[in-house]
Each structure stands twice: as structure tokens, then as C-alpha cells.
Ligand binder design. Structure first.
Ligand SMILES: NC(=O)c1ccc[n+]([C@@H]2O[C@H](COP(=O)([O-])OP(=O)(O)OC[C@H]3O[C@@H](n4cnc5c(N)ncnc54)[C@H](O)[C@@H]3O)[C@@H](O)[C@H]2O)c1
Length: 257
């Protein structure tokens, strides 16, 4: 049962990438439950349609648009369709991402490097560039990007390709926030530690690596995707509008060893 926080989100529109699973899915359901219109984008059609269908079944408004965020023409089409349907985009949550494959540094080949950058960084760049002009028309908008705790650690032995791409997300977030701060736009990132989502399997996390992640978290548990969804809702709300540019770590106290 989703708790209602008031009517602030009733007339708002959010576009979420990676909405079919994990943090994106939880955010879609939470915003839908708050009354926002939710545009769900993902490459995974069945689960993406399910999320939009669940929001509608509970009385909310949502549409799924299949999108590969590594392709700029698909991003442009997504934003055009969202604008045609809802007339504005108030919030953008860039959640799509993956470490793709665990690999030691010297084994990261060009294909893996390119895909890691395309999926985790260029997608955020392109989504932001496609959505921002519409936000600027209203001098209002909040963009929330998912970075990673791996930015602090560098991903040695398993995911330097991914950590470096996420580092670029943190930097892009800072730059966009500062360039558009006077125009009603806020841009923030979230840096999660290990979370219990399909990400682990999709990224090829071995049982041994998962155990290593967990051993490093003083709370001795993985994060829950609903915890990220609540943070996204807080960031997009009007309760702390002085907040922009920075990343918020969500990691159970881990990641500093
Ligand atoms: N789970 C973790 O431990 C963790 C930790 C730090 C950061 N993150 C980041 O959090 C974000 C959300 O991940 P999650 O844990 O919810 O994982 P998840 O695997 O549950 O969800 C990721 C979603 O992205 C979608 N996606 C993948 N490639 C895509 C593409 N080309 N186009 C469109 N959609 C695509 C997937 O279909 C999936 O629905 C990601 O950016 C991830 O890198 C996750």
C-alpha cells in the first residue's frame, strides 16, 4: 500500500528510464501512487508494460514506451511521444544502467567499454539534452540520475568500465545543475551501494563478489529499491529546493574500505 504524501504530484509528469525493474520500477509505482503521470521507458517490453498497467489498474496514469536508451533516435522519439501525450515533463529519473559484465581491467575490451559508456553515461547525457528544452520552457524541472558508490572505489578487479562511466554521470549532474540553476532546473544524483535488484544478475555478480559487497556493509544487508524510490520522490518534491548538483550516497554505511 503506497502512502500518499499530499497533492503536490497530482499534476506532475515524470519520465523514468529503466522503469521495468528495480529502482526505476519502484519509482514508477511510487510516483504513480502519488498522482503523477508516469512515462515508463525500458528496453524490456513485457515487464515495462506490466508496470504501466499496474499504475493504471490502481487508478493512476501511465504509459510504457519501449526505448533503447543507447540510441539517440529512440530517445528523441520517446520524448516526442511523452510531450504529445502529456504536454510537459516535470521530472526525469535516469535509472537505466548496468555493469554488463564483470571484468579485470586488462580484459575490458573496446566493445565492453563502449557499451558501458553508451548505456551508463551517454544515455544520461542524451536523455538530459532531449528533455531539458521542454523543462526550460516552463523554467521548472528536476533531473535525478543514478550514479554509484563504485565512483568512490573505482571498481578494481571487476568493473572499472562501469565505475568510470558512473563517475562521468556524477560530473555531468554537477555541470547541468550549475549551468541551469538560475532557470528553475535542479539536477541531482544518487550513489547506491549494493542493492537487491536484477542488476546483480544482469551485471554478472558472482556469489563470491556478492558476499564481498555484503561484508563491506555495516548494516549487513543489501539496499531495497523502494528506498531509492522514496529518495527520488523527496528530491523531486518542493520540500528542499535548495538541494542541487550533489550526489547522495545510500549504502548502509559501506563502501569506505
Ligand atoms: N543494484 C545495485 O546494486 C546498484 C548499485 C549502484 C548503482 N546501480 C544503478 O542503479 C540503476 C538502476 O539499477 P537497478 O538496480 O534497478 O537494476 P535493474 O537491472 O533492476 O534495472 C535496470 C533496468 O534498466 C533497463 N535497461 C538496461 N539496458 C537498457 C537500455 N539499453 N535501454 C533501456 N533500458 C535498459 C533494464 O531492462 C532494467 O529494467 C542503474 O543505473 C544501476 O547502474 C545499481
Amino acid at each position: 500500500m503506497i502512502k500518499r504524501y499530499g497533492d503536490y504530484f497530482d499534476d506532475k509528469v515524470i519520465l523514468i528510464t529503466g522503469a521495468a525493474s528495480g529502482m526505476g520500477r519502484e519509482a514508477a509505482l511510487l510516483f504513480g501512487g502519488q498522482g503523477a503521470s508516469v512515462v515508463c521507458a525500458d528496453i524490456d517490453e513485457g515487464p515495462g508494460e506490466d508496470v504501466a498497467g499496474t499504475i493504471r489498474a490502481e487508478g493512476g496514469e501511465s504509459q510504457f514506451i519501449r526505448t533503447d536508451v543507447t540510441r539517440r533516435p529512440e530517445i528523441n522519439r520517446l520524448v516526442e511521444q511523452a510531450m504529445a501525450k502529456y504536454g510537459k515533463i516535470d521530472f526525469l529519473f535516469n535509472s537505466a544502467g548496468s555493469a554488463l559484465k564483470r571484468s579485470k581491467f586488462l580484459d575490458i575490451d573496446e566493445d565492453l567499454l563502449n557499451l558501458a559508456i553508451d548505456l551508463n553515461f551517454k544515455s544520461v547525457f542524451n536523455m538530459t539534452q532531449a528533455v531539458l528544452p521542454h523543462m526550460l520552457q516552463h523554467q521548472f524541472g528536476v533531473i535525478v540520475n543514478v550514479s554509484s558508490m563504485s565512483v568512490k572505489r573505482g571498481g578494481p578487479g571487476a568493473s572499472i568500465h562501469y565505475a568510470a562511466a558512473k563517475g562521468a554521470v556524477t560530473t555531468l549532474t554537477l555541470g547541468v545543475a550549475r549551468e541551469f540553476a538560475k532557470e528553475g532546473i535542479r539536477c541531482l544524483s544518487i550513489s547506491p551501494g549494493p542493492f537487491d535488484t536484477a542488476f546483480q544478475k544482469a551485471s554478472g555478480t558472482t556469489a563470491e563478489l556478492a558476499q564481498k559487497f555484503l561484508a563491506d556493509v555495516p548494516m549487513n544487508r543489501l539496499g531495497r529499491p523502494s528506498e531509492i524510490a522514496e529518495l527520488v520522490l523527496f528530491m523531486c518534491s518542493n520540500v528542499c529546493e535548495f538541494m542541487t548538483a550533489d550526489t547522495v550516497y545510500v549504502n548502509g554505511g559501506g563502501g569506505y574500505r
